[in-house]
Design a protein around this ligand. Structure first.
Ligand code: DGL
Length: 263
């Protein structure tokens, strides 16, 4: 048993649906969630920049909160830095990568859509994932940089029409390529899943890796005797508020829900 917190990291709000999934199933666990807005967006950074950002961020969490395990609740950061983080830190680190494997299994047409950040789409990790698990499928990739920015910075105040407008080019791309499965390869996209589904129609199913990752976290905690016996405080940390004071307003809803600690 271990009552230390479980750390969640993302460039912003993207990891929250993953955190929520887990909170429902493990109510006795405590969490420290870090939204690294200082470095948002991750998806346009170079590999070298991201490896350093993730190492620095994890070191900060390690020194201040001593987490028992960490979840990189971001496809971009996982794809780029999971291997180096696992070498650097001794506690278990669980990553989130695009659900290409189940998508290939589910696709009848053998035509899959993958929507992710620019870095995830371009990285050789994704190429290898596709070659390894979806070599019998055509995979149509769309870098949703503007959609990620919209979700992180405008979703709270945006109208339904604005949300529809921002996802329309991606929806057209996947419909025109006749895919039957769409993989949400960026954790931010989960916030627009319903809107995407209603525009894509019944012929295209959307999948993400929330359940697979959540179950993996539960397994890792159990196997390492790290499940918590007693609930402690949760922390929600937002970096970069000096850079963008407006940001705090966008995060008001999170303050109300989780309490917010700006650094
Ligand atoms: N949420 C992150 C992911 O899953 C990406 C967001 C960003 O580009 O910062 O890839």
């Amino acid at each position: 048993m271990n009552n230390s917190p479980l750390a969640f990291l993302d460039s912003g709000i993207g990891g929250l649906p993953y955190l929520e999934w887990l909170k429902e199933r493990l109510p006795q666990e405590s969490f420290v969630y870090l939204a690294d807005n200082l470095n948002f967006p991750y998806g346009t950074k170079s590999k070298e920049q991201l490896v350093k950002i993730m190492s620095d961020t994890m070191n900060f969490l390690y020194r201040k909160y001593n987490p028992k395990a960490a979840v990189i609740a971001c496809n971009t950061a996982s794809v780029i830095s999971l291997a180096s983080l696992r070498e650097e830190f001794r506690f278990p680190i669980i990553g989130v990568v695009p659900a290409v494997k189940p998508a290939a299994f589910m696709s009848r047409k053998k035509r899959i859509g993958l929507m992710a950040s620019n870095r995830t789409i371009e990285d050789s990790y994704t190429e290898n994932l596709i070659n390894e698990h979806a070599s019998d499928c055509a995979v149509f990739r769309y870098a949703g940089t503007e959609i990620i920015d919209f979700i992180e910075n405008k979703l709270c105040t945006a109208t339904t029409e604005e949300a529809t407008e921002i996802i329309r080019p991606a929806v057209d791309f996947f419909i025109n390529n006749d895919v039957d499965i769409l993989v949400l390869g960026c954790t931010h996209f989960l916030f627009l899943e319903k809107q995407l589904q209603s525009l894509l129609g019944d012929g295209i199913s959307i999948i993400d890796s929330r359940e697979g990752v959540g179950n993996q976290i539960i397994r890792v905690l159990g196997n390492n005797d790290l499940l918590s016996a007693e609930k402690m405080d949760d922390y929600f940390i937002l970096t970069g508020t000096e850079k963008n004071r407006e940001k705090i307003k966008n995060y008001n809803w999170i303050s109300e829900k989780y309490g917010l600690c700006a650094v």
